[in-house]
Design a protein around this ligand. Sequence first.
Ligand code: DER
Length: 219
Amino acid sequence: DLQNELKQKAAAAALEYVKEGEYLGVGTGSTVSFFITELATSGKRVKGCVSSSEATTRQLLAYGIPVCDLNDIVGTIPVYVDGCDEIDGNFCMIKGGGGALTREKILAEASDMYVCIADASKEVKQLGKFPLPLEVIPMAVSSVCRAMEELGGHPTVRDMVTDNGNNIVDVHGLQIKEPTRLEAAINQIPGVVTCGIFGKRGADVLLIGTPEGVRTLKP
Ligand code: DER
């Protein structure tokens, strides 16, 4: 359908940022899945991919693309390609819709350039319409939910376990006026492993698939 076509356009445009013979960080989600297929069929050779989830690893290996561990890499990863659930005018994002936010945030932090690929529906004026995902240590789910209610949110517990064996709490109804401040505050709550606000470390390049082509935006 149209949204998938737009995701595919953005994914194909990300190929030009891939450096041959270098390491590449790869995120999670349907837009990234299109990117992996484009990478595989492009014949571009990377030194190795660092993956953000079991699902991404499976797709990379199925194409015969080498996968390596972040700990095997000395220094930073030149490029990280990933999607988002929402992105605002300052390139702050909400991520975690795919449940891989912890490893995505680790890879984003370890990368020099985060290339975000998305369709136009992800662009928002203010973050928060998409429920904010948090990765939470199982024993702390109730206490984190209470803390989020005190912040005015309406938390729900996702029926899944992450690749790290934790739970995901999705917080509905937050008015996120200052993403980086809220990210820091939520990071303080005991039991929160990762907050799905990517504010301190947002995207560096945004590729938006549109019916007319791909829009490239930089902060
Ligand atoms: O989980 C994430 O943060 C992913 O980037 C994901 O939510 C983006 O989803 P999509 O590419 O399937 O729209």
